[in-house]
Design a protein around this ligand. Sequence first.
Ligand SMILES: Nc1ncnc2c1ncn2[C@@H]1O[C@H](COP(=O)(O)OP(=O)(O)O)[C@@H](O)[C@H]1O
Ligand SMILES: [Mg+2]
Length: 366
Amino acid sequence: MPEETLLETSAAEYERKLAARDKTIEVLKRRIAQEARPGNATPFAILEQNMGLEKVVARKTLELQNERHELEKALAELRLTQAQLLQAQKMESIGQLAAGIAHEINTPTQYVCDNVGFVKTATVALITLLDAALALAEVARGKMAAEPVVAEFDAVIKRTKVEFLRHQIPSALDESLEGLGHIAKIVGAMKEFSHPAQSEKEWVDVREVINTTVTVARNEWKYVAELETHFEDNLPQLPCLRDILGQVILNLVVNAAHAIADTIKEGVKEKGRIIVSAAQNGAYMEIRVEDDGGGIPVGIRDRIFEPFFTTKAVGKGTGQGLAIVYSTVVDKHDGQIRCESQEGVGTTFIMQLPLHCDKEEEPACK
Ligand SMILES: Nc1ncnc2c1ncn2[C@@H]1O[C@H](COP(=O)(O)OP(=O)(O)O)[C@@H](O)[C@H]1O
Ligand SMILES: [Mg+2]
């Protein structure tokens, strides 16, 4: 076939195809127009289709919302774990620092204590000697008043304000010994806090530990609060270091009493309430110490477990109480401690101690 004829055939073919397509388009247009007419059944189909689509969209949205919720929860948990980790690291380094300081202060405190004790005993002897000398001077004044040594003795007595010193020196020494005793107690607590106790864990009845502790500490709370203990029935035994668990409860009860005492001083109430309770919570023993004191201000809540952190007056607070609580619960018992507090309402410390020992500790626990 010549080239021109070939071209003509193809063009005709294309024209035919084009016309066919136009026709199809025309038919489709007509059908759409017909379907869009009111009263026609087909728009319902479209509506149904749309509704189906809406349902799919709603389902997808819900799924996405759930996923988002899960992610938010995971993020919050992650943040909490991170904060706990940071807190644990901080406590560890502060603990090491405290151990070093405790060691450094311990030795000088010991010999200052010994020396002040010695000076106190010596002072008692010297005062006896002074009394004898004063009696002698009295006699001398009557018998040999003209002697210059008598006048000189009287002048020295006047200059040195003997009477004043005789009364002030013993009380100054007593106060110093009391202060030194206080320092020794803090240092001892710090050492206890930074060096894990060597004693072994034993199975104890927490009710007994709590009852003994609150009885021993009665003097600390009886003037400011009523104290109740609540124990769940059939409490299991707890593997723990009995003595320091008692110390932990004591520290928390004393803090509760102090917090209530402050509100009483402010005239908020006449007497408060402390509740110490124990209950099993899954694999843990949960011990709570609750008070209706003034609460812990939000601004200091993440500092309360630090050694030396105190808001109390010198002599009343050492800032060691909660540090000991933390190290006992977290480091020595692998437990957890948290505090819920509301200003003007009160504070609850919640400890969770594992009811099972670590494998290597197992024999000691039996
Ligand atoms: N139950 C409580 N209510 C209010 N504040 C508390 C309570 N327990 C502890 N705190 C706060 O935490 C601080 C640290 O407590 P702690 O370590 O026992 O040291 P201290 O009692 O010697 O001050 C306290 O000074 C106080 O501000
Ligand atoms: Mg305290």
